[in-house]
Design a protein around this ligand. Structure first.
Ligand code: ASP
Ligand code: MG
Length: 409
């Protein structure tokens, strides 16, 4: 007997048939004797539809009213699932975020959870009910409906699991787990049985969009075992947890890639104290985030080239800013390239192993892929390469690190 929080995403509740399927899944856990709290998303496409309605009237929409509107999507699915459970003879009760009392701050459209009142949920569970909670939404001190940002139902699920000290938070989605890399790029990509919170954060922030990043941070902080699994097919999914002995065998857990960045180079700047500040100062003031940075000095040491990456959405702005400042910086030229991709190896195992970087660079060199930038952290090595090498690079790395084969037990 366990207390399980299950979160089902939009595709998993996208039709009446799918909702009935979710009800069957919940019943199976009840029959095992588990207590179940279900968190639901809106039907797939519904939140987008509601946002479009809002924009047809006011663009950008008033943030408070937008939350009032989009929170309705989840209200539909929770009521339908509660009915489907009752039809099966399982007592159930649906709750909006405000009814549970998921208290948030008042930052409409991106609210943060402050506190969860477990009272109603505990009482219902004790009475043998399944509790069905609307994901993505909460209520502020003044009673305004708030939402947690796109994909926020994941965070609702994890936050409830943390508050209830659930044995596991299961995130049901349309994929059957977390993969070594995107199977659309590498067909041999393998589902991971386990991955650490740290690794998952790197994979998620690098573009493997399985879970809302905030939900992973939250799960790590409160040590909530998190499992990603498919609502359409049975299987163990991927458990996201803290590092343990069994995980030490795998040096590399996965390869993430990110096409969202662009590169800017400031060439021939006099190499003096303060150059990095003069270049990046205006970028920071414009609220543009910088990711990777490389600086190299000319042979005679008099000038330096300074290269960095920003999000593609900020590229035009950043480039224009630097072109404007080029004269004042004494730069010879400011150049940009948005056709780049960042490839990253992620794995807690690399902490204790040398030679990972050289294996990575060798694999890329064998394919004739030029590396433009490199950055490393304790559990990640990233390189920037030409966008045209995305598939080739990811495949080369996947096979160089034998990620298609299960690690020896
Ligand atoms: N329905 C919301 C969205 O589409 C929340 C969620 O699905 O997690 O972003
Ligand atoms: Mg989602």
């Amino acid at each position: 007997m366990a207390l399980i929080v299950q979160k089902y995403g939009g595709t998993s509740v996208g039709s009446i048939e799918r909702i009935e399927n979710v009800a069957n899944k919940v019943m199976a856990f009840r029959e095992r004797g588990d207590d179940v709290v279900v968190v639901l998303s809106a039907m797939s496409g519904e939140t987008n539809r509601l946002i479009d309605l809002a924009k047809a009237i006011q663009n950008p929409p008033d943030p408070r009213e937008l939350d009032m509107l989009v929170a309705t999507g989840e209200q539909v699915t929770i009521a339908l699932l509660a009915m489907a459970l009752k039809k099966r003879g399982q007592d159930a009760r649906s709750y909006t975020g405000g009814q549970v009392r998921i208290l948030t701050d008042s930052a409409f459209n991106k609210a943060r959870i402050l506190e969860i009142d477990e009272g109603n949920i505990r009482r219902d569970l004790a009475a043998g009910r399944v509790v069905v909670v609307a994901g993505f939404q909460g209520v502020d001190e003044q009673g305004n409906i708030t939402t947690l940002g796109r994909g926020g139902s994941d965070t609702t699920g994890v936050a409830l699991a943390a508050a209830l000290k659930a044995d596991e938070c299961q995130i049901y989605t349309d994929v059957d787990g977390v993969y070594t890399t995107d199977p659309r790029v590498v067909p041999e990509a393998r589902r991971l049985d386990r991955i650490t919170f740290e690794e998952m954060l790197e994979m998620a922030s690098l573009g493997s969009k399985v879970l809302q990043i905030r939900s992973v941070e939250f799960a790590g902080k409160y040590n909530v075992p998190l499992r990603v699994l498919s609502s359409m097919q049975d299987g163990p999914g991927t458990l996201i947890t803290y590092e343990d002995e069994g995980m030490e065998d795998a040096l590399i857990s996965g390869i993430a890639f990110n096409r969202d960045e662009a590169q800017i180079t400031v060439q021939g700047v006099p190499d003096q104290p303060g150059v990095a500040y003069r270049i990046l100062g205006p970028i920071g003031e414009a609220n543009i985030e910088v990711d990777m940075i490389v600086q190299n000095t000319s042979a005679d040491g008099s000038t330096t080239d300074f290269t960095f990456t920003v999000h593609r959405n900020d590229y035009d702005k950043a480039l224009a800013l630097l072109k404007k400042h080029a004269g004042a910086m004494g730069a010879r030229e400011v150049k940009g390239d948005s056709k780049i991709v960042k490839l990253s190896l992620v794995g807690v195992g690399m902490r204790s192993h040398a030679g990972i970087a050289s294996t990575m660079f060798e694999a890329l060199a064998k394919e004739g892929i030029n590396i433009r930038m490199i950055s490393t952290s304790e559990i990640k090595i990233s390189v920037v390469v030409d966008e045209k090498y995305l598939e080739l690079g990811v495949r080369a790395l996947h096979s160089a690190f034998k990620l298609d084969q299960a690690p020896a037990a």
